[in-house]
Design a protein. Structure first.
Length: 288
């Protein structure tokens, strides 16, 4: 009876400990925004950065003269820098956001590195550049993303970027462009890079098993561990909070981060459970 109680107690403790880990890393990796961009924008939380073209200056920077006609905004791009090894093994995702009082939180999902799926493309594309570890995330709409409003009811209008990946070493945001109907920049800040071809999913190591071989060689192994993360990244950003004229709107990390972290927490839980059971086995052997 005592032995069974010890086993049950230690296993329960391991499960509780693993569950406690899950909320700890729910937010995405911090966006490290360059000083020149921070001087004109707002970072209301670590994994969210935005530039406001309308809004209440008492709550932060507003680039009033950045865009003369807000209805001319059809898209945006952000230049980011990452650890390329992390990018190609862990992967990353988030959204480019167009946020105003009338339309609310309008998030366009992006995916990079091992999160890229050629058969499930995102509205926001991830382009390579001529610099290793530097990428351009770009969304372009066929219609304007902001509406005209009365002078007395301007409210706020912001273009931002959100990150959901919790395990990357970091994402450096170094440049931003706001795009017009023709895809050309109507506003630009920071250090932007020219985009090249759309980033493709990294090829995994070839299988050494002969059973996996095909006429053209061995098949590349798929990273199934990222499926849940990538499908979650397509989920709508949650917890958007809007307020009245002159206030900002923020959003927390989406289900992609929480699913990714939940998987990590579950793995940690199994490890802790194993440690607990091993400890119980020692107690049993000593009693013998």
């Amino acid at each position: 009876m005592k032995i069974s109680k010890i086993l049950a107690g230690m296993s329960a403790a391991a499960i509780v400990a693993s569950m406690a880990m899950i909320p700890a890393s729910a937010a995405g990796t911090k966006l490290n925004v360059s000083d020149d961009l921070l001087a004109i924008g707002r970072q209301s939380q670590d994994d969210l950065f935005a530039i406001f073209f309308r809004g209440d200056e008492s709550e932060g920077n507003v680039v009033k003269d950045g865009i003369s006609d807000i209805t001319a905004v059809y898209g945006a791009s952000f230049t980011i820098k990452v650890d390329n090894n992390d990018w190609n093994t862990i992967g990353g995702g988030g959204s480019i956001n167009f946020n105003d009082k009338k339309n609310g939180w309008n998030a366009k999902d992006w995916a990079g590195g091992s999160w890229v799926e050629d058969d499930k493309p995102k509205d926001t594309l991830c382009y390579t550049t001529d610099e290793e570890g530097t990428y351009v995330l770009e969304y372009k709409s066929e219609t304007p993303l902001f509406d005209a409003v009365d002078d007395e009811e301007k409210g706020y209008a912001a273009v931002g970027i959100n990150n959901w990946a919790a395990d990357l070493k970091g994402i450096d945001v170094v440049g931003v462009k706001v795009l017009g109907a023709d895809g050309n920049a109507i506003y630009e800040a920071g250090s932007n890079k020219d985009k090249k071809e759309v980033q493709k999913k990294p090829v995994a190591e070839e299988s050494s098993s002969k059973t996996d071989s095909t006429a053209s060689g061995t098949e590349s192994k798929k990273d199934d561990s990222k499926k849940d993360d990538k499908s979650s990244a397509a989920a709508t950003s949650t917890a958007a909070t809007s307020s009245k004229s002159g206030t900002t709107t923020t959003a927390t990390s989406s289900a992609a981060a929480s699913d990714n972290v939940a998987a990590t927490g579950a793995t940690a839980g199994l490890a802790l459970a194993g440690v607990a059971l091993a400890g119980a086995a020692i107690v049993i052997s000593k009693r013998k």
